[in-house]
Design a protein around this ligand. Structure first.
Ligand code: GRF
Length: 186
């Protein structure tokens, strides 16, 4: 059984999909959820599943104490599932090749600072793209620039709204993210 730590600060639908997928499978144990947002939906999920939560602010996130705390969980993979802060380089150095992120677009397009949530989908629709998708990638010191692990595409119809695109993207994420994690852990 491998230990995974989930970093999330949003609704947590990806976290939920990951927990559901690994439930009863003896592959991955979610040992902690790291969150920087009081009241985030993902905190309810953590409580329901009895998963320890590490709340962070910017100061704690970049402290040695925090890295030491992460080490105590003995993680095999650090998974960013709707987490927006840049990962401190000390943490990247401590877990090389063991931190992954999901981005709701086909990187290198529509990535980087400010490109998150509905901003991404609004821009993709504005640009009249015929397709979008998701990118699961390794995390390095730069936003959305680590090596790509997998991408999945969806087509965009002419009258699709950003909201419809967001829904389609979430479906892709919920399907591919747990499976990519399983692949990496095996
Ligand atoms: C996802 O679209 C993910 O790609 C992005 O943040 C969103 C999180 O959604 N990085 P949720 O909190 O998992 O519902």
């Amino acid at each position: 059984m491998k230990n995974i730590i989930l970093f999330a600060s949003g609704a947590g639908s990806n976290v939920q999909a990951i927990l559901d997928y690994f439930e009863g499978k003896n592959i991955a144990k979610p040992v902690a959820i790291v969150c920087n947002k009081a009241g985030a939906g993902v905190l309810n999920i953590a409580e329901k599943h009895d998963i320890p939560v590490e709340m962070i602010n910017k100061e704690r996130f970049s402290s040695e104490d925090f890295i030491n705390k992460i080490n105590t969980y003995n993680p095999d993979l650090l998974i960013l599932a709707g987490f927006l802060w840049k990962i401190p380089s000390a943490l990247v150095e401590k877990y090389p090749g063991k931190i992954i992120n999901i981005h709701p677009a086909l990187l290198p397009k529509y990535g980087g600072k400010g490109m998150y949530g509905m901003n991404v989908h609004n821009t993709v629709i504005e640009q009249k793209e015929k397709e979008s998708g998701i990118t699961i990638h390794y995390v390095n010191e730069h936003y959305d620039e680590g090596n790509v692990i997998v991408q999945a595409h969806c087509t965009i119809a002419e009258d699709d709204t950003p909201e419809m695109l967001a829904q389609n993207i979430h479906k892709l994420e919920h399907f591919y993210f747990p499976r990519a994690i399983e692949f990496l852990l095996k």
